[in-house]
Write a protein that binds this ligand. Structure first.
Ligand code: CUA
Length: 336
């Protein structure tokens, strides 16, 4: 592609991205992100006014200096006093503005922390290279639910998220719902999410964490309380029994190959914990932490050669013949 047509393609893509609803911190859809966006606009407005005033003063200074007499030592002492007063007022105004902005910033941080006080739900999200483990906490151990890369939350209720990491530092960021928060090995950080409207909100790891940092996305799905409860009930159930001969063969492939060493499918002998939990894999919208859509073709491509899609990831290439691959995909597709 010639440089000019490449530029045109880039511009076109940028325009298209502008048309669709791309997740951005400036289109807040939740209480936390709303407060952060307001703080951002306040800072932008104040800084813009200050910048304009400084440029204006500079322009006046340049214009007047030219018209003035060339020898500054010849100026009267009265003009010196005026200059001292102007500079002094500007320094004081700068101090007041910086202090006021610091105050607003502190107040926003405090009000974000106040969201945390009565969470309707507590989750633990663990960052891994390069996927997210999601665990719904509950007083009853049988209701603790583990899943991956997709978080369902009830609309309008504060959800507390405890953030941890197993390997390196990651950062949890769902721009439309909240600010960023780091996931640090050996430490727990807490963040509260609250969605005002039902919808799907894309999140992204926001701290460079290795080769596939860009392909470490997650999806937050906010839905009415009844839908959320129904989803959770379905997720708590063990995996669906495979329907049909091909899917049954696929389960045997899964349980006889290295797949089961890393992945858990509740209700089967597969109990690995190093990779994402797959009990209801097919109910998710994406696979490989947002790298591919949840379709039969994408599943087959991912299993056939994970290193072609996410080079460096921990998912190895398992040698399967075409029949085994088809059977495995048929089985995984049935894990609704
Ligand atoms: Cu995880 Cu970047």
């Amino acid at each position: 592609m010639k440089p000019l047509s490449r530029l045109a393609a880039l511009l076109g893509a940028a325009l298209l991205a502008g048309c669709s609803r791309w997740p951005g911190a400036l289109s807040p859809m939740g209480e936390g992100s709303d407060r952060i966006a307001r703080l951002f606009w306040l800072f932008t407005a104040v800084c813009a006014v200050v910048w304009l005033l400084v440029v204006l003063a500079l322009a006046i200074g340049i214009a007047r200096r030219r018209a003035d007499r060339p020898d500054p030592l010849a100026e009267e002492p009265r003009r010196d006093r005026v200059a001292y007063r102007v500079v002094g007022t500007c320094v004081a105004a700068t101090g007041v503005i910086v202090l006021a902005l610091t105050g607003f910033s502190w107040w926003t941080g405090k009000s974000l922390a106040a969201l945390d006080e009565r969470p309707a739900l507590t989750l633990k999200v663990t960052g891994n290279q390069w996927w997210w483990q999601v665990q719904y906490e509950d007083d009853q151990p049988s209701r603790v639910l583990t899943t991956a890369n997709e978080i369902h939350i009830p609309v309008g209720e504060p959800v507390q998220i405890k953030l941890e990491a197993t390997d390196v530092i990651h950062s949890f960021w769902v721009p439309e719902l909240s600010g960023k928060q780091d996931l640090i090995p050996g430490r727990q950080n807490v963040l509260t999410l609250k969605a005002d409207k039902p919808g799907r909100y894309r999140g992204q790891c926001a701290e460079f964490c290795g080769l596939q940092h860009a392909k470490m996305a997650l999806l937050v799905i906010a839905e009415p309380r009844a839908d959320f409860d129904a989803w959770r009930q379905v997720q708590l159930a063990p995996a669906a029994e495979p329907q049909g001969g091909e899917a049954r063969k696929g389960r045997d492939v899964f349980q006889s190959r290295p797949c089961m060493m890393c992945h858990q499918i509740r209700g089967t002998t597969a109990g690995g914990r190093t990779g994402p939990e797959l009990t209801h894999l097919a109910s998710r919208k994406t696979i490989a932490a947002g790298a591919l859509p949840m379709t039969r073709g994408a599943l087959a491509a991912w299993i056939a050669d994970p290193q072609a899609i996410k080079p460096g990831s921990n998912m190895p290439r398992v040698r399967l013949d075409a029949d085994e691959l088809n059977a495995l995909v048929a089985y995984l597709e049935g894990l609704k």
